[in-house]
Design a protein around this ligand. Structure first.
Ligand SMILES: [Zn+2]
Length: 914
């Protein structure tokens, strides 16, 4: 999801070097006094005074050059913070240090951040106080162009028919006032006080986005009265954003300024502002990049709407409702699409790949406190980078970052973002391997399980069921993809991992990886620290993200399941079972270590679970031809709602407590007649969602749809065709009923504006599964299952998008599936059809002609035609409708009394009168 507070991280990549959190408390010693003197020298603006700080061994020529850089004219305030201190080579212990410092140099309302390496030496004194001097210095990095913005009280304009425009947005002020915040290059912010009759209009270009606007506002565009507007833009673009022909320089009454200034102060901190921690408590902003634009619009009807255009996001335009925290619209502008910066390109932008993680993390459930070290081995993908952006929850503080290749590194955080920008103090080119050692700590609450979970978002819909003191079950902590609980690369960057996780007694851990032999180790009580369990997990197969579950667990049982070389078995089943060109599957697992663990009260259920899980894993392996991860732990955890979450190597299944559970049988993900549904869905995620990842949120259906369809296939395997059809019919009904909520490709945004996660499940889970079944009915079983294998082996441990899925099925079926995918994945709604039928007189054999006419947007779908004969006999015939008007001649076996379209309800259709 996009983050709307703070500057886009990419904006800073070009600039970011610099500041980090305090890593050592300053000690009042001689070194601190030396740095204070350096601050004074900088503020005095006299480079010569710097020479007085030098030790006898310093090279005075270098020092003079450096002093001009450091002590430029006009510095109004200098702040120096020591970040690192190491012994200086060639000095006796305690006599010399190499310091890493960060410097904020303010010049009025502008500032620059620099990092310097300072070599210092102790000089002999006659007093007891130690005294230090500079022996060498080197500038490492700097970020210029920080602005402390203020609204100008002396400069105001009267607005006369002012129109502010950006893509698909217009703000019109027939009358009003405009105040600006200046920089030396020109204004970068403005506040508009809108007079009577001022309005805004937002009408997104893409049809699917207008549908979302319709859900939000009741019409294709948002038109509303406007009271105040806050704007940010690049200083060179003031005239383009706020056209001069709508402005008349003017005096403004003080109360108008006060009103504008209040608006300014509220919004200026929310975007493009840096967290400078102990360097400055002021709000320092970076100017938006050229072409970037932000408008905070206070409207009558919707309160504050945030419009942003951000050239670094592939989907560069967005509209956000601040009060309700909802994305109303997110899409690529025409120029962005034309430039090929569409959503499919998103992952090729990653600057680096993480190859391997080694985590050593202690977690204290009582305080929800992490203390960790993460070793990241990564490879640079971009041509050259001078900084790396890691994901890490904002609550977790980076204590230090060390790199084998670059030494001690500094990092920067942007307010409101789960990012750490690591400054390399140099460039790394494509292919370079870098090892980062990150020490971090902090309090982090587990998030509700992410969108992978079946019971997703449900507690948000019903606040009374949020887990808390009222929850009578066993407490558990699940840290997974939604909480960046360890420093990590871009989302969905596959890597192998080793995890050492320590928790106090009586807690246990289940995590994504194989439990090492001899693990866990009991760490005895030391220094009043309670005894602890230290676990070692290893993920030898690449995983999309790492997850850990901390709770009280009892081992129910463990078993080695033999998978009998499933691909070989498929091959011997005949050519029809294999993808049309042999894909190299690489090594596959012929064995699976299956373990079930449970909260103590869930032991009995855990025992029932093992044979079911074994059956499911064997069945899925027989379909796909492989099982991606050699180990699987199923953890049964008490929760207020059924559901689950499935990282690689791990499936967490929620066991609802009868007393705490709301009745949710009316949910799209409730299949009461198939109690194995949750485990069947969750286990399928080992293949879909984990081994085969999805590229952007538009492709999330690949994870949920395939898992949901696999769960239905398992229902058929275990309980027969009738249950399978019943489940699909139910899914088709949900897809039809919620069809207008948006296309499958809308991903997490389905039901987002409405705040109703059932819509998300109805479309992303159920409609996706129904679409896969329709695809199978269209191209036939053999091509369909070969397509499944082609997708899996083509994308194991990688991310794919919708077009890859389409390409695999096209390859195996030899058919163009463009219209099918466009209609069912990219478009919303369900086909509306009318049909008629007639007996064909005199033919031999006898026939009926069935005519199907599409009334709405043209689609492509299979549908069952039921022929009712005289008596009770019926016959089902499958047809595929591809044209607006399609006619089918169907041979019949007797006297046809009636013809019914879609009687089995397996196609989401609206059948209207003939
Ligand atoms: Zn799922």
């Amino acid at each position: 999801m996009r983050r709307f507070v703070g500057a886009p991280a990419m904006l800073l990549l070009a600039l970011a070097q610099g500041a980090s959190y305090a890593q050592q408390p300053p000690q009042v010693d001689g070194i601190v006094r030396l740095l204070l003197r350096l601050e004074q020298v900088m503020q005095a603006g006299n480079p010569d005074a710097y020479m007085d700080l030098l030790s006898a061994v310093a090279d005075r020529r270098f020092a003079r050059d450096a002093s001009r850089q450091l002590v430029g004219p006009g510095i109004t305030r200098a702040v120096i913070r020591e970040r690192d201190r190491a012994p200086l080579e060639g000095t006796l212990p305690g006599d010399g240090y190499r310091l890493m410092v960060e410097i904020l140099a303010e010049r009025g309302s502008r500032a620059r951040i620099e990092t310097w390496r300072l070599d210092i030496r102790r000089v002999p004194t006659e007093t007891s106080e130690d005294e230090w001097r500079m022996a060498g210095q080197q500038s490492l990095t700097s970020v210029d162009g920080l602005h402390r913005l203020a609204l100008s009280a002396s400069k105001a304009y009267r607005a006369r028919n002012l129109v502010v425009r950006s893509d698909d947005l217009e703000v019109r002020l027939p009358d009003g006032y405009v105040f600006v915040a200046d920089t030396a290059e020109g204004p970068t912010a403005a506040v508009l006080l809108a007079g009577d009759g001022s309005t805004m209009s937002f009408r997104p270009a893409p049809e699917s986005e207008r549908e979302q606007v319709r859900i939000y506002a009741g019409s294709d565009s948002i038109e509303t009265r406007v009271d105040e507007v806050f704007l940010r833009f690049n200083p060179s673009e003031f005239a383009a954003r706020v056209p001069a022909d709508g402005l008349v320089p003017s005096e403004a009454a003080p109360e108008l300024f006060r009103r504008a200034d209040a608006v300014f102060r509220e919004y200026v901190v929310k975007s493009f502002s840096l967290d400078l921690a102990d360097l400055s408590r002021d709000t320092w902003s970076l100017p938006p990049a050229e072409g970037d634009f932000l408008a905070e619009i206070r409207t009558r009807r919707f309160q504050t709407l945030t419009y942003s255009k951000s050239s670094n996001d592939p989907e560069d335009i967005s509209l956000f409702d601040r009060r309700r925290r909802r994305n109303i619209s997110v899409y690529a502008s025409q120029p962005s699409l034309a430039a090929g910066a569409g959503r499919f390109e998103a992952d090729s932008r990653a600057a680096f790949d993480v190859l391997n993680y080694e985590l050593d993390v202690s977690f204290d459930p009582a305080r929800q406190w992490f203390d960790g070290r993460a070793l990241l081995r990564l490879r640079v993908r971009a041509d050259a980078v001078n900084s790396l952006t890691l994901r890490l929850a904002e609550n977790l503080t980076v204590r230090s970052i060390y790199s084998n290749e670059f030494g001690r590194l500094l990092s920067l955080r942007i307010r409101g973002q789960n990012n750490v920008i690591v400054n390399l103090a140099g460039f790394a080119t494509r292919g370079t391997q870098i090892t980062l050692d990150v020490a971090y700590s902090g309090r982090l609450e587990p998030a509700e399980p992410d969108r992978e979970a079946v019971a997703l978002q449900f507690p948000q819909d019903r606040p009374e069921f949020i887990e808390g003191s009222s929850f009578p079950g066993e407490v558990s902590f699940l840290y997974s993809s939604r909480t960046a609980w360890y420093p990590q690369g871009a989302e969905g960057d596959y890597a192998t991992a080793v995890m050492h996780l320590t928790v106090p007694e009586p807690y246990q851990v289940a995590a994504s990886g194989e439990l090492a032999p001899g693990s866990p180790v009991v760490v005895p009580e030391i220094d009043r620290q309670p005894p602890a369990h230290r676990y070692n997990f290893e993920a030898r197969q690449p995983v999309r993200y790492l997850a850990c579950l901390v709770t009280r667990l009892v081992r129910v049982s463990t078993r080695t399941v033999s998978l009998v070389e499933p691909l070989a078995k498929l091959a011997s089943a005949g050519a029809g079972a294999m993808p049309s060109e042999p894909l190299t599957p690489g090594s596959f697992n012929s064995q699976l270590e299956l373990t079930v663990e449970a909260n103590p009260r869930q032991l009995a259920r855990g025992r029932q679970m093992l044979p079911v899980a074994e059956d499911i894993m064997g069945y899925y392996t027989s379909i796909v031809g492989d099982s991606p991860y050699p180990d699987l732990t199923i953890a049964l955890v008490e929760h207020n709602l059924p559901g689950g979450h499935s990282p690689a190597y791990l499936a967490v299944l929620y066991q609802p407590l009868p007393a705490a559970s709301p009745n949710w049988s009316g949910d799209p993900a409730a299949f009461v007649s198939f109690p194995e549904y949750f485990i069947a869905h969750e286990l399928a995620h080992q293949w879909w969602g984990q081994a085969v990842g999805w590229r952007t949120y538009h492709d999330q259906w690949i994870s949920e749809g395939f898992s949901q369809y696999f769960a239905a296939l398992y229902a058929r395997q275990r309980r027969g065709e009738a249950l399978f059809q019943e489940m699909l019919r139910r899914m088709a009904k949900w897809s039809r009923d919620q069809g207008k909520a948006g296309p499958i490709a809308l991903g997490y945004r389905l039901g987002h504006i409405q705040g109703d996660s059932r819509i998300f499940r109805a479309i992303l889970y159920n409609k996706s599964a129904v679409v896969l079944h329709m695809l199978r009915r269209t191209i036939g079983d053999e091509a369909f299952f070969r397509g499944i294998r082609r997708i899996y082996f083509g994308a194991r441990f990688a991310r794919i998008g919708t077009r890859d899925v389409r390409a695999a099925f096209e390859k195996e079926s030899g058919r163009d599936l463009g219209r099918f995918f466009n209609a069912w994945i990219e478009s919303s709604g369900t086909p509306v059809v009318a049909y008629s039928w007639a007996r064909e007189a005199g033919g031999a054999p006898a026939e009926v002609v069935v005519r199907v006419e599409q009334r709405g947007r043209e689609s492509e779908f299979p549908v069952t035609v039921t022929l009712q004969y005289a008596g009770v006999a019926t016959e089902d015939v499958q047809i595929v409708v591809r044209e607006r008007v399609a006619e089918f001649r169907l041979p019949v076996k007797g006297d046809v009394k009636n013809v019914i379209l879609n009687r089995d309800g397996l196609t989401p259709l609206e059948v209207v009168g003939r």
